[in-house]
Design a protein around this ligand. Structure first.
Ligand code: NAD
Length: 357
């Protein structure tokens, strides 16, 4: 047994089909009386329904969350919370909406209740992000951690089939990197393996039957575990590549994760045999060596993009992406070598199966 230190993040988790009905009681439990409800414009209907459920405990609705939390949006939401005298915020939606809640909490003491509707996992991490002048800054701060998370699989029934799979693979990416994190521990490894297992079992069922509530529950359970791993340990090459590609080339978040993950795993496989063994077991692969290929095959089988070309990456940007990925590298089991990363990106661009670059 290796020595380790582990800070588990405090959060109250309320999980189950229909759990949204507990929202009023959960807001009251925080001692709050006036909740500002946050959502994207696309999910404004859901936010209005939540506000109606809260009745006099709702202070208002702010349906203006967008990807990557622009500072202007965060400021507008904070101003709106102050104007309405809100004493808590309810964020209903994916990582973009949770991110807006975190941006409010970063500069005020407002407690956040997160009601996730994707598998991004942000609701259980102390990681915030803000974009100013086209540059995204991220950091870790315990103040942004939502106090309560309500996981209601019924709210994920409307998640479109493509986003269901790519968002699920985004969650798997957190766990996969968590398995070889330098600051990992036996508990995060358990959560990671179980999270990957649950998602890998649920996603094929959801590709067949998106309305399968039992599979929705299993996927959301997996997302919670994978998000908890992301919140507790350091991420490596895969997240660095995804932040580089997403930030510099504006590629869609969950799809970038989907395409890059098998390649990042193959790059690290030799230096992380125990992580690969766990990952292979969770994915039902025959041998540890097969884990990256099993991820690639899973994405291909479920009909989501498997090449950077298919999601809008310009071929002319690959050199710059390889260069950017080696600047301020994240901790990673294998050193980040520019030429090897360029080869990795080429494979990912063309949608070829993963290989040790
Ligand atoms: P998202 O929140 O941007 O949502 C994508 C779209 O899907 C939005 O239009 C949203 O309204 C819609 N949507 C969400 N749930 C739906 C549902 N159930 N039914 C119908 N439509 C639904 O997507 P995401 O992938 O959840 O989040 C991505 C963002 O989260 C990125 O900015 C990423 O950086 C951030 N993120 C942060 C962390 C963290 O720990 N801080 C972790 C993961 C992701």
């Amino acid at each position: 047994m290796q020595p380790f230190s582990y800070t588990a993040h405090p959060a109250r988790i309320v999980f189950g089909a229909g759990a949204l009905a507990e929202l009023g009681a959960e807001v009251e439990r925080l001692g709050a009386r006036r909740a500002l409800v946050l959502s994207t414009p696309e999910q404004a209907g859901a936010a209005e329904r939540v506000a109606a459920m809260l009745g006099e405990r709702a202070a208002g609705v702010f349906p203006r969350a967008v990807m990557h939390v622009p500072v202007e949006t965060a400021r507008a939401a904070r101003d709106e919370a102050a104007r309405l005298g809100a004493d808590c915020a309810v964020a209903i939606g994916g990582g973009s909406t949770t991110g807006l809640g975190k941006a409010i909490a970063l500069e005020s003491a407002l407690p956040i209740v997160a009601v996730p509707t994707t598998y991004a996992g942000s609701e259980v991490t102390p990681i915030w992000g803000l974009t100013e002048g086209g540059v995204k800054k991220t950091g870790r701060d315990p103040r942004v951690l939502p106090r309560t998370v309500i996981y209601d699989p019924e709210l994920t029934l409307t998640l479109p089939p493509g986003l269901t799979v790519t968002s699920g693979l985004n969650a798997i990416a957190h766990a996969a990197e968590g398995l070889y994190a330098h600051d990992g521990n036996p508990i995060t490894a358990l959560m990671a393996e179980e999270g990957v297992r649950a998602l890998a079992a649920a996603l094929p069922r959801l590709a067949e039957a998106p309305q399968d509530l039992d599979a929705r529950g299993e996927a959301l359970y997996g997302a919670w575990l994978c998000g908890s791993v992301l919140g507790a340990v350091a991420m490596g090459l895969h997240h660095k590549l995804c932040h580089t590609l997403g930030g510099s080339f504006e590629l869609p978040h969950a799809e970038v994760h989907t395409v890059v993950l098998p390649h990042a795993m193959a790059y690290n496989a030799q230096q992380a045999p125990q992580a690969m063994a766990r990952l292979a077991r969770a994915l039902g692969a025959a041998q540890a060596d097969d884990a990256p290929r099993a991820l690639f095959d899973l994405a291909a089988r479920l009909g989501v993009p498997t090449s950077l070309a298919a999601i809008g990456m310009p071929a002319a940007g690959l050199d710059r992406a390889a260069e950017l990925a080696t600047t301020t590298p994240y901790p990673n089991p294998r050193p980040l070598e520019r030429a090897a990363l360029r080869a990795l990106l080429q494979r990912a661009y063309e949608g070829r199966p993963p290989a040790e670059a």
